[in-house]
Design a protein around this ligand. Structure first.
Ligand code: NAG
Ligand code: NAG
Ligand code: ZN
Ligand code: ZN
Length: 433
């Protein structure tokens, strides 16, 4: 057989197979996206209303009130307050209980988008898309409420405050938001991925993160007589250099870690060596052991370098102002399930993909520690919609076309989870997802 004949034969064989294969089962979730699409103008106006009134960590009073008003209109029962400004709502009843979570806080950024629905609070902005997260969860709630009679258990909605540095997720868990819960799902709009793409991964998807500030104390003096001083500026510069080795030389190339020094503060004059210098920054790792090791080694390195320069030092982890966020680790089964549901929403399997992890922190991690869970990225990058700016930047723009997908995905994840949990119980499965 010539190569060409072989190719033709193969193509014919494949075509024949395609005909003989049983038709794929009708996507059970296909209609969710259509239902969500009918909510489109409501989703857009709801998101814009949230966007116009951004509130910071644990100050989300009006935001929380607006969410409760939506829940009242939908006839959805809820508990308030939890974690100060948070809300826990429920749809359906009985076992199991599955959680869908949205964060609700904004950032201290001066918005520069120029939209007519831009922030009405100068210096505050929904620049991390949490306005979209709340909206998509409310949209999902609307869809789920419409099918409440068919739900095979309870969907618990977590509207969580203070993701941006307040560890609101931790407080929600501590105040009992996950009691009786079997699994949890959350999503984040993601400008690094094209609009409509749903992406996640098994294992760590977001990093552990903590901030530090090191103070190096020496003995200042006249800049012309350095031999009479113990110079904390030179000690700090050496410490910044030495810290680079913690990742480059001490972290396995198969692990991910970051040590970034982002602040250097010392002195004022040009001819005075100061008594003290400060360096500050962030430490990140994709695993708990890595975090523990980097923290210990950062303290040892700063102390050693300071001592070598005749200085003393002290490292503070600033946890009162910015609590430690552990790595966000997705359960393997929950990940597979979530991607399966995302794939069933639409015909194009290319829109559901595995993604690399991010070194950003996220307090969904506290939920992921407590129950099997999956955190999902929802692509929003779209040149036409102008959605090309990074999270946490003043021109961050959301492709509002993805709101319906997020709403449908929430509803699909919850309803399917309940359904499959019962199927697994009936099948005698001991393991719970
Ligand atoms: C919250 O709502 C009240 C009453 O409508 C309003 O006076 C206040 O300015 C709002 N606060 C913020 C931060 O938007
Ligand atoms: C990008 O945005 C435009 C304008 O809003 C929209 O028509 C288009 O469908 C979007 N593309 C994707 C892939 O969603
Ligand atoms: Zn953020
Ligand atoms: Zn965020």
């Amino acid at each position: 057989m010539s190569r060409r004949t072989l190719l033709v034969a193969t193509a014919l064989l494949l075509a024949a197979c395609a005909v003989q294969l049983p038709a794929a089962a009708a996507a059970p979730l296909g209609s969710l996206l259509e239902s969500a699409a009918r909510l489109d103008s409501w989703l857009v106006s709801t998101r814009r209303a949230f966007h116009a009134q951004p509130e910071l960590v644990f100050e989300e009073h009006n935001t929380s009130a607006a969410i409760r008003q939506h829940l009242d209109e939908l006839g959805i029962r809820y508990k308030f307050p939890i974690a100060r400004t948070g809300i826990v709502a429920e749809i359906g009843q009985g076992q199991p209980v599955v959680v869908l979570r949205a964060d609700i806080d904004a950032l201290p950024i001066l918005e520069e988008t120029g939209f007519d629905y831009a922030s009405r609070s100068p210096g505050r902005m929904h620049a991390c898309g949490h306005d979209a997260h709340m909206t998509m969860l409310l949209g999902g709630a609307k869809l789920l409420k419409g099918m409440e009679a068919q739900l095979k258990g309870t969907v618990r909605l977590l509207f969580q405050p203070a993701e941006e540095g307040g560890a609101g997720g931790d407080l929600m868990v501590k105040e009992g938001a996950l009691e009786g819960v079997k699994a949890a799902f959350g999503m984040h709009v993601w400008p690094m991925l094209p609009s409509g793409v749903v992406a996640s991964r098994a294992g760590t998807i977001m990093s552990g993160a903590i901030q530090f500030e090191a103070t190096l104390r020496g003995r200042g003096g006249h800049a012309a007589m350095p031999h009479l001083t113990a110079d904390p500026v030179v000690a700090s510069a050496a410490a910044v250099g030495a810290l680079q080795a913690l990742v480059a030389r001490e972290t396995s190339p198969f692990d991910s870690a970051v040590v970034s020094v982002t602040r250097l503060q010392a002195g004022e004059a040009f001819n005075v060596i100061p008594d003290e210098a400060k360096i500050g920054g962030t430490v990140r790792s994709n695993n708990d052991e890595g975090m523990a090791r980097l923290r210990r080694r950062l303290e040892e390195t700063v102390a050693g370098v300071a001592a070598a320069h005749g200085c003393t030092s002290e490292v503070s982890w600033l946890e009162e102002s910015m609590p430690y966020y552990p790595p966000t680790v997705n359960d393997g089964e929950a990940y597979k399930f979530a991607m399966d549901v995302a794939g069933s929403l639409r015909d194009d399997p290319g829109l559901v993909t595995e993604t690399e992890a991010s070194m950003a922190g996220e307090d969904f991690s506290f939920i992921g520690r407590a129950v099997p869970s999956c955190f999902i990225f929802l692509g929003i990058r779209n040149e036409t919609a102008g959605s090309v700016h990074g999270l946490h930047t003043p021109r961050f723009t959301l492709d509002e076309g993805v709101l319906k997908l997020g709403a449908a995905l929430h509803a699909g994840l919850a309803s399917q989870y309940l359904q499959r949990w019962h199927e697994r119980q009936a099948g005698g499965a001991k393991e719970e997802l």
